[in-house]
Design a binder for this molecule. Sequence first.
Ligand code: BES
Ligand code: MN
Ligand code: ZN
Length: 531
Amino acid sequence: MPTLTPFISVSRECPFTSKEATTVISPIWQAEGADDDNEKEDRKTSRFPQSHALDALSEAIGFSVYDFAQEEGFSGARATQLILRLPESDHYGVKRVILLGLGKPKNADQAALSKAYAFALKSLLGKDESLHTVAVSLVKNYERFGGSLLNDEDTKVTVEADVIAQAVLKALYDATYVSAESLKPVKGFKKVILITEHVEVVEKKLPFLTALNNGRALAKDLVNKPANTKTVQTLVDVAIEIAGANPDVFTLTVVDDLATLEKEMPCFYTVARGNVKSDPPRFIHLVYKGKNASRKVALVGKSVIFDTGGYQVKPGNYMVTMKGDMAGGASVLGTAKALAELKPENVEVHMFLAATPNKIDADAMIPDSIVDTTCGKKVEIRHTDAEGRLTLIDAVTKANALDPEAIITIATLTGAAKMAVGNTICMMSNSTKWGRILEASAKVGGDAVQYVDVTPADFENIKSKLDGADIRNTNRGSERGFQTAGAFVMSGAKEGTPVVHLDIAGADMLEDETSTGTPVATLLTFVTGLS
Ligand code: BES
Ligand code: MN
Ligand code: ZN
């Protein structure tokens, strides 16, 4: 693993007076009265809320931290910090206290919290002590989250502690993350102590959070891997490694026979035609089965190793970032890795990756073709760059044959989704019930999500006008690009099978940025939440 998994412990008391930690990160909400837009006003008027930890610190060091912050004009605005460097003392071991501004509670969500914590943690990397022991205080009064999903007070507290621990652990991984390809040595943290009132809740959640972050790191590494070193086999090898290390819960089938693939998954194979010789396709089916599995779901991840666009080749810079067109598959493998650590007993998860690049040789698919699918529908190819849906439709039919309760598809499917929802999961479903379950899983898991509707008109729109074809891989014009793509993918399932589709084109393929590992958190929260 490229990430350092530090030793994490949970404690109720902030170790100001013990010699345990060298640095304490103490989060602070911005006072409600303070004005976001007018920093100057803030400096004069705001005084952030008192906290138990800061009271204790003031007492230990013999002067008021509140006065200090006030004099420095620190208001707790989001992603600002004030560092208090303490002289050596026999009375306490802490050398540095970071007052970390979180902004106002009403403006916070899990991602924002995580970013603020990562900002503080990152500022410590490379500081004098090469290995810090850091005490991170988990913020209190986090009311926004959970309120809409839960009404029971006890559960609310639990979720609140969960969410914050989750944000902090993500921050820790983000702060120490380096790509597997990088040769730079990283200095991380020797130990991290999470300070919270809800010790048991957070302790109980730690294995989940660690597994989640390890799974997310795997997904990120796979997406970040350069195009010239990534092949179909790269994904196969990861599946083999996960299944091989956990034979008690995993079984793996990899279909590599080209004649079988061509016959059984003709639409998927159509995409693979242009690179059968250079990087042949594989259909990966990885099954996780818990000891007492009573629930069964399927995850299908788009695994286009590199998307050139095919003969309708991507112009100019549009091809840059297309090494990440396998992010859906990577997120499924990341989830598998986390399942291997957690081994939930109740679920059976069928994971499918139809892996191939979309490249060009003399045999590559060309538009105006009509091709077969696993489900029997005939597909009119109108655009060789709308390849993701061609790989997914057959994988969905294969998944459907095992009769899961629901099929979840995860794909960097359309530029339209990226334009519409940016750095957010664009989610849709043919089932309101399952759509809402996945939407809630994203919110609890901390992945930003926007839910949109796929309508009968979208299915109408992808009907082919040609004799001999049923559906087409693009519609005329460019309206409702991600909904029609979603409708196409759902067309691989039998009537009545719930399909939830996550278009992550904007969520995990950002120019000039590395992978976010979205939506491993959503998938893991969903799968482990089935009971
Ligand atoms: N992999 C792309 C979608 C994509 C675009 C992901 C930008 C991330 C960033 C997909 O295969 C694609 O090319 N889609 C086309 C579909 C069109 C031809 C109907 C698109 O969105 O332009
Ligand atoms: Mn494409
Ligand atoms: Zn693509």
